[in-house]
Design a protein around this ligand. Structure first.
Ligand SMILES: Cc1ncc(COP(=O)(O)O)c(C=O)c1O
Length: 412
């Protein structure tokens, strides 16, 4: 085949004519390749997979039953546009039950095909060339990537132990504050596991009002809160005047592949995002929305899921600490984010990426490295284990291999 003429037609946002020519591979793709290689090279060694950030369980049987029933009804076959009222009403019931937040389902709630797609659409509603989105790092990059797609800039707010994994809003230069239109937060935070406090959210609201910035709080992991009851941004007085919150059924309700979530908060922002969304998609399949209603109306599901991941995290923290790590129970999420060792088994590891590659290649332990704010590893407790006994077997094996590795942290 001759060389195609169209590389020069690719948009600059994906690399222009150089698209596909770089050697850089996306972090998660690198992990997948390493995983495939070690499974082929060492089929005898069980893979300890702390890399996947996806729930290991199916959605509840009661929820799947509703999907099956509703999929057979002809009235559910069409475009759902900006969503069915029954879903918005179920969201309003959930928000009142879990957070004590009252919402008008008609104007203050809209569904989305997962929070990822809503985060991708968000900059379309607010960002013009030269505008700034403030985002915490490490973090979920989607809103930032789309900010750049629209000609905007991302100002990174590092999260580290020195600021207790909360962004230092006072450190933002005046010129950036002037151009900033959007502050994207994510608490409980992925990957650090930090949860927000009411005091922090109150400070965010003050900052947003003073600088006229819209706040979007990504609450995708909110049902996994361990150090305090789940906290919604909208619980804090004034939040609705400055922003919206994004929620997801992916994590708390084991519905990661179903693609359903919601946005709630200020009605004008909800409307603007709905208008943008109308130009991207035609709504989630109505039977999925109806099954999500059944999920939202069952308070047991997220509480049961939360209890499972809490138990797994507690076991992992204890096991890793016995191997020399200095871990603490995360405040929320199903991730443990911990400092990566500087050396192990007589080798030096300048980055978490290098250590994570060593862990998978030599010991079949899969983790996700983060080097954006100091070398850290993310362990996800979404590994497959059918019961608690199987979890314990997996933990014993993790501890055995990690002790053999002898991680060294060399002081602070
Ligand atoms: C912080 C954060 N936000 C959003 C998402 C996307 O979730 P959803 O499945 O609702 O698109 C994820 C998924 O991993 C996430 O970790």
């Amino acid at each position: 085949m001759s060389d195609p003429y169209f590389p020069q037609l690719f948009a600059k946002r994906i690399g222009g004519a150089n698209y596909g020519k770089g050697a850089d591979i996306y972090k998660f793709e690198k992990i997948k390749r390493a995983k495939r290689k070690v499974l082929a090279d060492h089929p005898e060694r069980k893979l300890l997979d702390f890399g996947i950030g996806e729930n290991d369980e199916m959605a509840a049987a009661s929820v799947r039953r509703v999907l099956a029933e509703e999929a057979g009804r002809p009235e559910n076959r069409g475009y759902a546009d900006n969503g069915i009222l029954a879903f918005k009403e179920a969201v309003a019931r959930l928000m009142r039950r879990e957070f004590g937040v009252a919402l008008d389902p008609a104007t203050e709630v809209n569904h989305c095909i997962g929070t990822k797609s809503m985060l991708a659409m968000l900059p379309a509603a607010l960002i013009d060339p030269g505008d700034v989105t403030l985002m915490t790092v490490p973090g979920y990059p989607v809103a930032g990537n789309h900010t750049r797609f629209y000609g905007g800039e991302v100002f990174r707010l590092p999260l580290g132990p020195e600021n207790d994994f909360l962004p230092d809003l006072d450190s933002i230069p005046a010129e950036i504050r002037r151009r900033a239109k959007l502050l994207v937060l994510n608490y409980p935070n992925s990957p650090t596991g930090k949860t927000a406090t009411r005091a922090f959210f109150a400070r965010v609201i003050e900052f947003a009002l003073a600088n006229q910035i819209v706040v979007v709080q990504d609450a995708a992991h909110v049902m996994f809160s361990y150090d305090a009851p789940p906290l919604s941004f909208l619980q804090v007085p004034g939040a609705r005047e400055v922003g919206v919150e994004f929620h997801s059924l992916s994590k708390g309700w084991n519905m990661i592949g179903w693609r359903i979530g919601w946005v709630c908060g200020h009605p004008l922002l909800v409307r603007a995002l709905g208008d943008v969304k109308d130009n991207f998609d035609s709504g989630q399949f109505i039977p999925i929305q109806k099954a999500a209603v059944a999920a939202l109306d069952d308070p047991e599901i997220p509480h049961r899921t939360c209890a499972k991941y809490r138990r797994r995290l507690e076991k992992l923290v204890a096991a890793l600490n016995r191997c020399g790590f200095d871990c603490r129970m995360p405040g929320g999420t199903y991730f443990l984010y911990t400092r990566s060792p500087k050396a192990a088994a007589g080798q030096q590891f300048p980055t978490a990426d290098a250590f994570s590659q060593y862990l998978i290649a030599e010991h079949s332990i899969c983790t996700v490295p983060w080097d954006d704010a100091g070398p850290h590893l993310r362990f996800s407790v979404t590994y497959e284990a059918p019961d608690e006994a199987a979890e314990d077997v997996l933990m014993v094996e993790t501890e055995r291999r990690m002790k053999e590795i002898r991680p060294e942290f060399g002081g602070a």
